[in-house]
Design a protein around this ligand. Sequence first.
Ligand code: NAI
Ligand code: ISE
Length: 339
Amino acid sequence: MTVQIGVIGCGMMGLDHVRTLTAAVSGAGVAAVFDADEERAARAASAAGGARVHTDPVELVRDAGVDAVVVASPDQTHEEFAMACVEAGKPVLCEKPLATTSEACWRVVEAEMCGGRRLVQVGYMRRFDPAYLEMKRVFDSGEIGDALMLHSVHRNVDYPPSLPASALVTATGVHDIDIARWLLREEIVSATVHTPRPSGRVRPDFQDPQFLVLQTEGGVLIDVEIFVNAQYGYDVRGELVGERGSVSLVPPAAVSTRRAGMEGQAVAPDFRPRFQDAYRAELQAWVDACAVGETCGASAWDGYTSAAVAEACLRSLSSGRTAPVEVKPRPTLYTESAT
Ligand SMILES: NC(=O)C1=CN([C@@H]2O[C@H](COP(=O)(O)OP(=O)(O)OC[C@H]3O[C@@H](n4cnc5c(N)ncnc54)[C@H](O)[C@@H]3O)[C@@H](O)[C@H]2O)C=CC1
Ligand SMILES: O=C1[C@@H](O)[C@H](O)[C@@H](O)[C@H](O)[C@H]1O
């Protein structure tokens, strides 16, 4: 069976997903696209080898020839499109974050509960990254003992000026929050945000870098450096420290070059090359799950919980104090979190 996919939002990520689905994912076809910008929609339709171009996103969701939907439009549109998919009973791979507030994420959770089945996967692709999967395998094997600390570094070259200051946490740090919950299988209960002197490149209301200190229910401490104007490259690092050892991500470059008295490895310019294997694996796993009526990856509950942790970070940033994470009890629909 070929899963026929509709893609809403055909900018950088949407087009990347269309290309990956078309060229590198088996059992999938991109049947329809929509973008608020007609030229982008047309470019994506052509990259898919001739997909239908819709002029209304809800029409795309209801298209009888669309089995499942990828949402890669701006963050503030995710709730509306994810809800439309749930209401239509169609699986949706919604780019992170699930919505811009935990309240909005909860509405998606409620809609799924109302329908009695999980249809939403959130695009937390690190869960499919070979390096993070290996880190999890080592930790789960017990080799390094119980977790004590998790160090995370998340640096971007620069940041779209259109994004609000809160996006450092809600759009960037959420990846580190999600991967910490997934690796440790523990919930985060409090957040404290520290801020060094801001980078000279940022506007006055924009605190960059930020340093998050998160504590889990079991007492593990997680530190996350978010620095989105690091200029030199896209750099994601991680080290999980256990009682008997530690496991770290290593730079993913295939080669090291020696030249002019120096030795070094290239640093990716952005997330697409760094996580290309993860995006492909995420899309393949989602298509395979759609084909058999299942879900995988980060659920709507995971989307809600990571948004709640991000909000605790924002409260700490404005109060200067530790903020508790406020979450509702986990509904039974989500007692078994997938992959
Ligand atoms: N998982 C990951 O690593 C990444 C995820 N993202 C997420 O993917 C989403 C898209 O980000 P980018 O591709 O970087 O942004 P982008 O700005 O390049 O693309 C967004 C596209 O959505 C279109 N659009 C705007 N309003 C729309 C609407 N109401 N309905 C349909 N289309 C609309 C725009 O015309 C544009 O083509 C965001 O939610 C972002 O947080 C982005 C980068 C990496
Ligand atoms: O999701 C992503 C972007 O939206 C975000 O802006 C980047 O900071 C992340 O590294 C990337 O994975």
